[in-house]
Design a protein around this ligand. Structure first.
Ligand code: BGC
Length: 880
């Protein structure tokens, strides 16, 4: 097992003295490892890392979240990083090249954060507009998801680190997400939910993560059918499969299903329990443990974590949050800023543009009103595992104002927030500083007792009024497993005199003091809320009169104890500990609303920026309405009533209702675009970027029209969710039922227009479904500015489905291409359609002996268009 000299990967990543991942070195390592060591290797050492085995030169592997940026070790307030547009915004680009570039940025940030595997991309399907984690997904279509996820993975891995395709499979809702049993018929599973994962294997993802829920009666990590039979045997995936965090559900069944690694550590079901299972004869070391260890070692070798025996590898048991964080680097690269800005702009969708209202021409305006809760306080990304601490954030108000004034310095820009839409009072932000460092946030002192006395064991600082320990690995080593307390203290200096409402939510038994007075006693709480991954209390409230410029000591005493009743099966989340203090100046909300309408009435044009926020669209809970929060609809209508030139910018990762859609001159849907949010919106509004985003999800007129409506999120009492809409997910349902959506899948306008002509078709697909057809056409930019169009090809279903009485989508996305053209330019484009686009999955052989994927002979149609509802041509193809 001779170590190699220092080597360099294709991406320039230095791997010192790593051993090569060839079969014989891995086999020798497996021989050299004891059963104890193997079982340790198959379980996390801490929140993010695997174990080291110093005597054999095996180093730990560090993983990191997540889909919208590389967070590093600390859940909140961690190392700064690039915040990219969220998955659904990337989905809306319909541009694999852009997604690959963004993936590459994430790959280099992964290296900077000293990690080896990025826990992304999320490849689940946005089955319902209510799904809490929709922001992570690429949309409702499996082909779009599979194509973009492959580009993302390819980009990440081009930097010499691994990606993780997650969550395999059907992690589609937050309601009872650890316990829900999703009943999904085999055909639907194959054609919709599994398809993106299968497609992504073409770029060889280094790792996969199993999903939390049960599918057809069994948790995915322990499913022979899903992991062993399909992923491994049928698809030939022989890289590492890890559990989702706290989602390894059974020692024996999971290892037998070939789920290799329990995350995080310390383990509950692998580790010691796995060794016992081998000793008891329930698990075979040779047949079950060794193949998993082999997959892990191969991953370690790829990541340069096998140093060979005798290398200096030390076991480090200190807190990963402090140790890993120390090594993490920040680099706010101007080139990265530009790439992220372009990617964000490409995802923005222009939904309506009456009489060319956009782009806005600041030179022709005297007064511009920028209104709305998201104008100065935009939503830049999702929550949960998508949380990052961005290098910076740009907001639409500032970016639009700056760009407009650079064109017309005399322009007067008015701003009014209009309404409040947060469900929880916001964190205290900059008006709170830690007593010692005077930096924004709070100081947290730990005590080794169940009181708040004696020597301070350790002190940490948090950058705001949220303290969030994700696991006991985040707390000082000496306190783990003991009954301990912490006190968080900050100095509050408000800038406005008035009444303030404080909110307080905690895990454990906590008290909030303001200037030494007990403001909220939260020691005896019993009711759980969505805070702290559904392990925190509901919020308690207190109000105080505060004077501007005066200092107040805000402190929290928290005795760390497990939640009163386990809320769900996830064992990790019971270890979360934290406190959240919110504070809101008591506004006169009617006056706020009136002021916004007045500003709109005196301006020549009004831009209203509204949408969801991290309270109303979040991991851990599903929504129950399509409506935008609070008085949003009312505000838009009131502004439209007093101004003819209104542009509404909406932010959400899901379909929303727009009962006012007929009223404004223009509507722009802007998702969550990460750190460049403000600039990207300004670029589109002012025409620096010609919008080319297309909706990756259908927007229904009413939720009752959506295919998931009747069945999402299932029945929380019986923990069953029937995916009874079957394959008719998203636009497939609207097409099959003849329903008109508010905005269809694939739709998005441009400041120019395109003409498609000379369509022809070449190639053939044989009776086995092999072959590719090429659809050739001329695309011309017939407008006056440069722009890009997404040409979409949908295929019709097999005629046999009808004969068999099986439901079929009238059309399914089979291919797409994004083409950029200068004004007046025309180009010939070729769009390939693969034979498997015509395949469907026969779950039962029905006596025909044809169970499995099949392509039936017959005449099919290819629909060519610029959205699922704007089809410009239909061409026929004979198969077989
Ligand atoms: C999420 C994963 C994430 C993991 C680690 C889980 O709760 O489902 O997507 O990667 O936590 O943060």
């Amino acid at each position: 097992m001779a170590p190699h000299a220092t080597e360099e990967t294709s991406s320039g990543h230095l791997i010192e003295n790593s051993i090569s991942p060839n079969q014989s070195t891995i086999a020798q390592l497996i021989d050299a490892l004891s059963l104890d060591e193997k079982c340790n290797l198959l379980s996390g050492a801490n929140m993010w890392e695997t174990h080291t085995i110093p005597r054999l030169g095996i180093q730990s592997l560090k993983t990191t979240d997540g889909p919208a940026g590389v967070r590093g070790s600390r859940w909140t307030d961690g190392t700064h990083t690039t915040q990219i547009p969220c998955g659904i915004s990337l989905g809306a680009t319909f541009n694999p090249e852009v997604v690959r570039r963004v993936g590459k940025i994430l790959g280099s940030e992964t290296k900077r954060k000293r990690a080896h595997v990025l826990l992304a991309p999320t490849m689940n399907i946005s089955r319902s507009p209510f799904g809490g984690r929709n922001f992570e997904n690429f949309g409702e279509d499996p082909f779009l998801t599979g194509t973009l996820a492959s580009a993302y993975i390819d980009g990440v891995q081009s930097e010499g680190v691994g990606a993780c395709m997650k969550h395999y499979v059907a992690n589609d809702q937050e309601t009872r997400r650890f316990n829900m049993d999703e009943k999904i018929d085999e055909r639907t599973l194959r054609e919709i939910y599994l398809k993106p994962f299968h497609m992504a294997l073409s770029v060889n993802p280094w790792t996969a993560m199993t999903a939390y829920p049960k599918v057809n009666g069994e948790h995915v990590d322990m499913s022979q059918h899903l992991v062993k039979n399909i992923l491994r045997e049928e698809w030939g995936y022989n890289n590492l499969a890890m559990s989702d965090w706290g989602g390894l559900n059974d020692t024996v069944k999971s290892i037998l299903a070939t789920t290799d690694l329990e995350m995080p550590g310390p383990p509950l079901r692998y580790g010691r329990a796995l060794k016992d299972a081998v000793i008891n004869g329930d698990v075979s070391e040779k047949c079950h443990i060794n193949p998993s260890v082999e997959r892990l070692l191969k991953l370690l070798a790829k990541a340069g974590r096998l140093q060979g025996p005798g290398a200096a590898v030390t076991e480090d048991h200190s807190s990963e949050a402090t140790r890993c964080e120390e090594d993490e680097e920040e680099f706010d690269d101007p080139k990265t800023r530009q790439t992220v800005r372009e990617a964000a702009g490409e995802g923005i969708v222009l939904l309506k543009n009456d009489s060319g209202a956009l782009p806005l021409a600041p030179a022709s305006l005297k007064k511009l009103a920028i209104i709305g809760p998201n104008a100065k306080y935009p939503t830049t990304g999702g929550t949960g595992s998508a949380i990052v601490n961005p290098y910076y954030v740009t907001n639409p108000y500032q970016s639009i104002k700056d760009a407009s004034k650079s064109i017309n310095p005399d322009l007067e820009v008015l701003y009014e927030r209009g309404i409040l839409t947060h469900l929880q009072p916001p964190l205290l932000g900059d008006c709170l500083v830690a007593p010692d460092t005077k930096q924004p946030g709070m100081q947290v002192d730990f005590f080794d007792s169940d009181r708040f006395e004696g020597p301070v064991v350790a002190t940490t600082n948090w950058h705001d009024s949220l303290v969030y320990f994700m696991s006991d690995g985040d707390v000082p080593l000496s306190l783990r497993g003991t009954r301990y307390t912490y006190r968080a203290t900050g100095i509050l200096r408000p800038s406005v005199t008035g009444t303030y409402d404080f909110s307080f939510s905690s895990t454990g038994k906590a008290k909030l003091f303001i200037d030494g007075d007990l403001a909220i006693d939260n020691t005896e709480w019993t009711q759980i809320s969505g805070n702290f991954m559904n392990c925190g209390s509901v919020e308690q409230f207190a109000s105080r009169e505060l004077e501007a410029g005066k200092s107040y000591v805000v402190s929290v005493d928290n005795l760390v104890v497990p939640p009163p009743t386990p809320a769900h099966d996830n064992t990790l989340f019971h270890k979360i500990s934290g406190v959240r203090i919110g504070m809101l100046y008591r506004h006169d909300t009617d006056a706020m609303f009136r002021n916004a309408v007045t500003a709109a009435s005196v301006a020549d044009a009004a831009i209203v920026v509204v949408g969801h926020n991290n309270d109303t669209e979040r991991e851990g809970s599903d929504r129950t309405s399509l409506a935008l929060p609070g008085r949003t609809d009312e505000l838009i209508r009131a502004v439209c009533a007093v101004n003819k030139y209104v542009v509404v910018v909406t932010q959400s990762a899901c379909a929303i209702s727009m009962p006012w859609a007929a009223e404004p001159a223009a509507i722009v849907h802007a998702w969550y675009q990460g750190q460049e949010c403000g600039n990207a919106i300004a670029d589109v509004i002012l025409g620096a970027v010609n919008p080319s985003g297309k909706l990756p999800v259908s927007f229904p007129n009413r939720i009752e029209d959506h295919g998931s409506y009747e069945w999402f999120p299932g029945d929380a009492a019986s923990d069953q969710a029937h995916y009874a809409e079957g394959v008719l997910v998203g636009y497939r349902w609207f097409d099959a039922k003849g329903l008109e959506p508010l905005w269809p899948f694939g739709f998005g306008l441009s400041y120019t227009s395109f003409a498609i002509s000379n369509i022809s078709i070449q190639g053939c697909i044989d009776a086995s479904g092999s072959g590719t057809i090429l659809i050739t056409m001329t695309v011309m930019n017939v407008g006056r500015v440069q722009g890009s169009e997404v040409i979409q090809v949908y295929t019709s279903p097999s005629p046999v489905l009808k004969e068999l009485g099986l439901s079929a989508s009238p059309k399914s996305l089979a291919s797409f291409i994004k083409i950029g053209l200068d004004a007046g330019e025309s180009r010939q484009v070729q769009i390939p359609v693969q034979g498997d686009s015509f395949a469907w999955y026969a779950a039962e052989d029905g006596g025909t002996g044809r169970r499995g994927w099949r392509v039936d002979p017959g005449v099919y149609s290819c629909f060519i268009g610029t959205s699922s509802r704007h089809i410009v041509s239909e061409v026929s193809i004979l198969i077989g």
